[in-house]
Design a binder for this molecule. Structure first.
Ligand code: ASP
Ligand code: MG
Length: 402
C-alpha cells in the first residue's frame, strides 16, 4: 500500500467548485488503494485578506493574535474538503494543528515544525482520508503558530518525512516547474526532472511554484517531490537528488525577481573596519544584504561600496544609513527600480563559457549590468527593472531553453 501526501495550494481550493474537484481527485487516488493525507492551503487570496483585516485594526497587530487569525484560512478549506469527501461517501475527517498535534518552535508567524504525533492520524488512514491544514502548528505552551507565508508546502514535506510517506505531490495551478515564467515568456518549457539544489535556487530567485524552505527540507531528508496540476492529468515536474539526473544542458532555468533595490555609497574611506561599520546596524535591524561589490580605489584612500537588499527594506535601510555617524562618505545613490535575473543549472559546473555567454547576450541587448553574483550552479545579475523581460527572453534563447 502506498502512502501519499497530496498538498493542494490556494488556487486548487479557491472555490467550492474546485474543492469538489479536488475531492473527486482524492477519491480516485483512494480507490486506487493509496492511503491519503491531504494538506490544504487557505483559499487563494484569503490569507492576504485576513492580514489586511489585522492591519485595519493596528499596523502593529499582536503577533499571537495574528497567528490565530491567519490560521483560520486553512481551517475553512480543511473542513470544506473533508465535508466534500464525506459527501462522496468516503470516510474522511479534518484535524486542526492542536488535535494532532503539529508541534512547532520559534517565533509567531515564523515557527518551525519540530514534531507531529503520527499515531492517531496513522490509525485513521487505515479506513479513511485525513485532511490536514497546512501553514499552522501549536507551540509547546499551547499557542497557535504559523510557519511562514507559503508554509503549506513545508507542512506537506514535514508530513512526508514524519509519516514516512512514499510520495509527496504538490498540486497547483500550473502543471510543473517551467524553464522560466510561462505567463510572461510563452516559449518557456516544462522541466521534467530537476535537482533539489536547482529547485532551491529557482525558488529563492523568484520562481513562485514552491516555497524555498520546503525544498530545503526535502533536500535535507531526500524526500522526492512532484509538482503537478490539479486541473490536468499531465505528469508534473519531479524534484529529487542530483545524482539521478543527466545534464544535457548547462542551464536549466531562468528566474527573475522585481523586488530588489541597490544602494551605492560613494567615497568611503578605504581602511579596515569601514564595511563592518556600514553593515553592522543593518544586521542589527535584520536587513538581509544580498550582493556586495567594492570597487578598487584609484587613489588608495577612498572606495565605493554597492550592495543590494529587498525593496521592502529600502526605506528602513535608507534611514539607517543616513543616521550612521560611524561612516564618512561623499555621497549615497539609491535605485529601487532594479531587478535580479538569474540563470540556474547544475550543468553549469561542467560547461565552460557560461558566464561569458550570459554577459555577451545582455550586451547584445544593450542591457547594462549593475551588479553580479555567482554560486556553483547560478549566476545572477542586477539590471534596470525595465529591461527584465528582455533579459529573460534573451537568456532563455541563448541557453537553448526555447
Ligand atoms: N495560506 C498561507 C499563505 O498564503 C500558506 C500557504 O498558502 O501555503 O501564505
Ligand atoms: Mg500558497
Amino acid at each position: 500500500m502506498t502512502k501519499k501526501i497530496l498538498k493542494f495550494g490556494g488556487t486548487s481550493v479557491g472555490s467550492i467548485e474546485r474543492i469538489l474537484h479536488v475531492a473527486n481527485l482524492i477519491k480516485k487516488e483512494h480507490e486506487a488503494g493509496n492511503q491519503i493525507i491531504a494538506v490544504v492551503s487557505a483559499m487563494a487570496g484569503k490569507t492576504n485578506e485576513l492580514l489586511k483585516l489585522s492591519k485595519d485594526v493596528s499596523n502593529d497587530f499582536n503577533k499571537r493574535e495574528l497567528d490565530v487569525l491567519l490560521s483560520s484560512g486553512e481551517q475553512v478549506t480543511c473542513s470544506l474538503l473533508a465535508g466534500a469527501l464525506i459527501k462522496l461517501n468516503l470516510k474522511a475527517r479534518s484535524w486542526l494543528n492542536w488535535q494532532i498535534p503539529i508541534l512547532t518552535e520559534g517565533d509567531h508567524s515564523n515557527a518551525r515544525i519540530i514534531n507531529v504525533n503520527v499515531s492517531k492520524v496513522n490509525d485513521f488512514l487505515k479506513e479513511g482520508v485525513a485532511v490536514i491544514p497546512g501553514f499552522q502548528g501549536v507551540s509547546a505552551d499551547g499557542n497557535i503558530t504559523t510557519i511562514g507565508r507559503g508554509g503549506s508546502d513545508a507542512t506537506a514535506v514535514a508530513f512526508a518525512k514524519l509519516f514516512n510517506a512514499d510520495k509527496c505531490e504538490i498540486y497547483t495551478d500550473v502543471d510543473g516547474v517551467y524553464s522560466t515564467d510561462p505567463n510572461k515568456i510563452p516559449v518557456a518549457k516544462k522541466i521534467e526532472k530537476i535537482s533539489y539544489d536547482e529547485m532551491l535556487e529557482l525558488a529563492t530567485l523568484g520562481a513562485k511554484v514552491m516555497q524555498s524552505s520546503a525544498v530545503q527540507t526535502a533536500m535535507m531528508y531526500d524526500i522526492p517531490l512532484e509538482v503537478k496540476s490539479t486541473f490536468t492529468d499531465r505528469t508534473g515536474t519531479k524534484i529529487f537528488s542530483q545524482q539521478s539526473i543527466d545534464y544535457t544542458k548547462s542551464v536549466t532555468g531562468v528566474a527573475y525577481s522585481k523586488d530588489d533595490a541597490k544602494i551605492t555609497i560613494i567615497g568611503v574611506e578605504d581602511k579596515p573596519g569601514v564595511a563592518a561599520n556600514i553593515f553592522e546596524p543593518l544586521n542589527k535591524a535584520q536587513i538581509n544584504v544580498d550582493m556586495v561589490i567594492q570597487n578598487i580605489s584609484s587613489d588608495q584612500k577612498t572606495t565605493d561600496i554597492t550592495f543590494t537588499i529587498k525593496r521592502d527594506d529600502f526605506s528602513k535601510t535608507k534611514k539607517i544609513l543616513e543616521n550612521n555617524n560611524s561612516i564618512i562618505y561623499k555621497d549615497i545613490t539609491y535605485n529601487d527600480r532594479v531587478s535580479k535575473v538569474s540563470i540556474v543549472g547544475a550543468g553549469m559546473v561542467s560547461t565552460p563559457g557560461v558566464t561569458y555567454r550570459m554577459f555577451r547576450g545582455l550586451a547584445d541587448e544593450r542591457i547594462n549590468i549593475l551588479a553580479i553574483s555567482t554560486s556553483e550552479i547560478k549566476l545572477s545579475v542586477i539590471i534596470e527593472e525595465e529591461n527584465t523581460l528582455n533579459a529573460v527572453k534573451k537568456l532563455h534563447t541563448i541557453f537553448d531553453l526555447d
